[in-house]
Design a protein around this ligand. Structure first.
Ligand SMILES: [Zn+2]
Length: 327
């Protein structure tokens, strides 16, 4: 296993974590990207309870710490979450960790979205693991920050909403909860809108209500959208998956463009922006940022830990979605 780019930020020509990543991800502790992995983590298990085939349905998350060059599972106090290759029936399953890592870095670096810190680790035998740093604690004081995902905010559980409860919602309704429960909703709603476009552009079909949260701001104490997490191009692994995890609009509403083509295109996002209170000028300014980063998307994809043929698929999917957003 030869590492050529920083396994945190994908900066070229690093065989280990670059100084910025050592500082920001590991608080200056020296962690090697090739580690001893707790044997419990290496065993793949299968989740079968889900009603639909989804990445989150088969992905396991372990709370971990780094100790003496090894990754250990802990019951409490873990500062990182580690995700091995999932179990289940997915295309290119061994590349789920690299896909999530790339998509998170894409959001952070190319589209300047606020995301959780994350990186890749490898076992001695070369098995890949995605990890992310928890953000629900204040770094300096260690105080736990109040955080709720949108299932909690909306009061949705499997008991009240059935097996598909994470997907029985709309992004429009989520926006109304953001208006109600965040401290500066006009700012948060634009961040949310950007994230919805990003998810569409990168075929993230698993952005359900538990993959968004509102968190306490550790500086002001106000309520803000949490950094983005669990972003990946799920379409690569689940080819027949629906285009978005949730409908954009509440109820039966569809635009005329959608009625004609059964796909979300620019008109849908224009109407969606209007419905959630983003004016035309702000819409244009946010939306256009997503249309002109193709060179950077290509470059970032190329630096990732995906295999070359999967890089091609990833980039091609992006280009297809980009075309839809343009018209
Ligand atoms: Zn780095």
């Amino acid at each position: 296993m030869k590492i050529k780019n920083c396994p945190g930020c994908l900066k070229p020509n690093y065989s280990s974590f670059c100084p910025r990543c050592v500082r920001v991800i590991f608080n200056d502790e020296k962690i090697e990207p090739i580690v001893n992995i707790d044997p419990e983590l290496a065993a793949r298990t299968f989740a079968v309870k889900e009603t639909r085939l989804s990445i989150s349905g088969v992905q396991r998350k372990h709370s971990v710490v780094f100790r003496e060059g090894a990754v250990k599972i802990v019951i409490s106090g873990g500062r990182y979450i580690l995700k091995p290759i999932p179990g289940g029936r997915l295309e290119y399953i061994d590349f789920v960790p690299a896909n999530e890592h790339l998509t998170m870095q894409m959001a952070k670096q190319v589209f300047k979205l606020k995301t959780a810190e994350c990186g890749m680790l490898f076992s001695k035998s070369g098995e890949p693991y995605y990890f992310t740093k928890r953000f629900d604690r204040d770094i300096s004081s260690g105080k736990k920050l109040i955080m709720e995902d949108f299932a909690q905010i909306a009061g949705k559980t499997e008991e009240t909403g059935g097996g598909d409860y994470k997907y029985s919602f709309s992004y429009e309704k989520m926006a109304s909860l953001i208006m109600e429960f965040t401290t500066a909703p006009k700012i948060e709603i634009e961040i949310f809108f950007s994230l919805i476009i990003f998810n569409y552009l990168f075929s993230n079909g698993d952005a359900h209500i538990k993959n968004f949260s509102i968190i306490e701001d550790n500086v002001t104490g106000g309520r803000i959208l949490s950094p983005a997490y669990d972003l990946l191009s799920t379409g690569i692994h689940i080819p027949g998956e629906s285009d978005m995890a949730l409908d954009l609009f509440e109820g039966d509403f569809v635009t005329t463009a959608f009625k004609a083509g059964s796909k979300y295109t620019k008109e849908d996002f224009i109407v969606f922006a209007q419905k959630i209170g983003i004016n035309n000028k702000r819409f244009t300014s946010i939306y256009e940022q997503f249309l002109d980063r193709t060179d950077k998307v290509y470059e970032m994809t190329d630096r990732s830990f995906l295999r070359d043929d999967i890089k091609d698929i990833y980039f091609k999917r992006y280009l297809e979605r980009l075309e839809r957003l343009k018209y």
